[in-house]
Structure formats: structure tokens, C-alpha cells
Write a protein that binds this ligand. Sequence first.
Ligand code: SF4
Length: 510
Amino acid sequence: MADIVLTADRTLMSNYRGKEFLGFASTVPPNVVPDWFFERLFFPYVRERGGLPLEAPYGLRKIEAKLLEGGFDVVTVRPDRLKRWLRGARALGVHAMDPFGVGPSSSTFSRLLKSGEPYLVKHFKAIFQSPEVRRAKADGLRIIVGGPGAWQFRYWPEAQEELGIDCVIDGEAELVLVDLFRRAIEGGELPRFLEVPPSMAPSLDDIPEIRNPSINGLIEIGRGCPRGCAFCSVTLRPLRWYPLEKIDRELRVNSEGGVDGCILHGEDVLLYGARGVIPEGDKVLALHRLAKSRARGLGWSHASMAAIAAAPKLMEELSEIIIDGDQRWWGAEIGIETGSPELAAKVMPAKARPFKPEEWPEVVKSAAGIMADCGLVPACTLITGLPEETEDDVIKTIELIEDLKWFKSLIVPLFFVPMGRLKGEDWFKAEQMTASQIELFLICLRHDLRWAKAFMDDYLKGKPYAPLLKPLYKIVIWATERRARKEGALLKAPGEGVRPPIEATAPRRC
Ligand code: SF4
């Protein structure tokens, strides 16, 4: 038994069968497929050893490491094991990714499919509504919530009350965590909502190294981003790149813990070790050689179109390191955000650097060509509803996405959420959508459904269980497509699109 128990909902306590992309399925609402079946298919629970999960979300592992460093008795468990672990515990820490379903993917699916709340919301709430948590709460358990989705509680404070959450921490928590949990277990006062300001961002020495394996071997290579987009809060934090030795220690924790994959996490993996926005090839190559020496499969959390477009040769070299007998492609999440050079210049002028914002659509198309050649298959995001967005901007985004039909990728549109320097602006709501914005969403949905079928074939190729799972995954995609058609979302059949020659789209360097 431990004083502090850490957990995350079941959609996060999964390694998605080793395929991070399948995690997207947790953002859709329950559908025609029975829940138990859908959950086992897309986000089955991580395996356990000795009653503890073999892998857990990286953010939770960082918290666990910091609390262990602080001398606490702490354990990380699956939510279905809380009954056993909460006996005698004095504090419960819960990791939140998208607790209210307003993240990019979940809000898109639920609005387009006009269904209920996504799986990740349902399972997040289920933790607090479980009889064991309610019972422990009545006996004095203190509950602290943190993680990338903690900011959402600022907009739904009443939900914090309803769920019995004593404290929410938003931001990098390393410098406040030990004190907060000490107060929690000693019965001291806790702030209802603690926003950790960028000035309290931890130094490299304050950031602990994980002690136990993370989901799919995800590890950070740094924090912060130099591009300064107006709608992003990450950019307000200082830029810190971890030395290779620190990264290697975490790689070893994962490989020795039996996780044979690795996802390098940074806001732009290609900028690893760079002081500006031009990739420094030697550092990036050294990082990848190291990671690939410890993990059979390698992927990225995020990268930028501009860094890819600026470094075609480096991408080729990276592809030679990453692609081998164990993997034929790798994934990353990449922001397109808009197809309008004018809007790019207003809200994300540095996103295109070292190119000019006026060249943004060409930067995206050039990067798409390089990715297709190198085997990088991204999940791209768009933002619509930015305060300064005009109808013309939306049309330019539609044109760009039409030009990318051939590009093997997911493209996920999201509504503007007031964050970063635009924190004071109004939320964009589905009811405000113009005909062009609806068209943009539908184009993306058609793109995604078509490529989702190809992803399934890739994922399952050569797997012994492929003959069983393949038809099941296809049924789920078919059911989503059917629902979308019913809602009028798929009026036109998707076209294949033709990839233009790279030379035709290559942007000029600034
Ligand atoms: S490039 Fe990405 S992480 Fe960096 S500021 Fe822009 S949106 Fe944020």
C-alpha cells in the first residue's frame, strides 16, 4: 500500500497495441460498435506485472519520479485496480489529457457525428464516479489533477466540484509538486486551481528522469518551442533541450522494462539541440542513432513543416536510420493550422521560418513531398475560428487541403481555443461555423476516412492476428463513415488527388 496513488483513465492506460495512431479512437463518441468491443480493439489496458502496469503515460511517470525523489511512498496503477490500492492511501493524483473532450480530435468527431461525449471523457469521469474513489474521498482522500488537459478546468470549475477534485495544477509542475502532495497527505490547505507560470518552469536539473517505462517508450527530448504562435501556450515556456546522456537514461529505463519502441517527444524534434529554427543535423542524427540503438521502432511526437522543408537532406539521412527491417514508416503530429499566408503572417509569423509566412502553403506542400519520400506519415492539425480569420483565409485552407489529397496523412481540423497570447479571446463555437468552415471539416473527414483504411492495412501487415482484426477495424471505419454520411458529411465521393512534382511546390529560403 502507498500514501500516494497515481492513475489515468483507461484510454490513457493503453499502448494502443503499440500503434499510437490508434489512440485517436478514444476521441470518438460511442457508436454503433458495442463499447466493450471498441475499447478492446483500440485501447486495451496495458499489461501488468505484480499488479502494476508495465507502461504508464509519460507525464504520470515524471510525476511519479518527482514524488519518489521527494521521498514519498507512491505507486502508479491502472484505474480498474484503484479499489485495492486506495486502501490506506491519502492522496490520489490523476493525469488529464482532454477531460472535457474539447481537444482537437474529440471536439471534431463529436460535433460532426453529433453524438455524445467521447470515450476519453466518459472514462475520465468514471474514475471519480467509481464507488471506491467516492468511498475513499468520504474517508478523507485528497484528489489532485494535472496534465496537458488540466487547463480545461478553468472553463468548467463546477465540474471540479462535482467530481470531488481538491486541486488542479495547470503547467509544468516539478517545482510545486512535492509541496502540494505533502500538504495533501498532511491535511493542509490546497489551492483549487494552480496555474504554474512560465517563470516557474523547472531547469533541466529539476526535471526528474522516469523510473519506470512509459507508454510506447515515449520520452521527452526537451521542452518549449521557439516559434511563438499566438494561439499556443507551449511557446510561453523557456526552450530547454535535454543532453543526450539524460535522454539515454530514460531510453534505458524503457528498453530494460521491455518496451521496444520509442517516441521522441519535443515540440519540433528536428530542432533538437538547435538555438534557432534551422535544424542542426549532427545533433539530430546523433539523437536518432542513439534512440534507434535502444528501440526497434522509432517515432516522433511533433515536428514542423518548416523544419522538414528546410532540411530535405537531413530527412533522407534520418529515414535511413529509422526505416529498417523493423519499421517501414514513422509518425508525428504536425501543425498546418491554415492555408492562408495572410493569416499565417498575423498569428504564426515564425511558423514558416526559415521561409517567409507568404510562402506557407508552398512550405506545407514541399514538406508533404519530403515526408512522402522519407516514410513519415503525419497527423496534421488545422485551426479554424481564429479571431482574425476571414472567409478568404478559410477558402485558402480548403484549397491547400484539396492539394494534399494524395498525401498519406490524417488532417484533423479543430476549433480555435483561447490559449497562449490569445487567452482573452472568445471560444469559437460550432454554431458559428460558416458554409466554408463546414466544407473544410467535411473535406478533412473524407481525407481521413480514406487514409484510415490504408493505415489499417499498414498496421496489420504481417501480424499473426491480422486476419482477425483487419475486418473488425474496417467495420469500425465503415460505421463511422456511415454515420457521417447519414449526417450529410460525405455527400461527395473522395478523389485520390495527384501528387505534384516537388520542384513545383518547393519554397524559397528566406
Ligand atoms: S510551432 Fe507548435 S509548439 Fe511551437 S509555438 Fe507554434 S503551435 Fe506552439
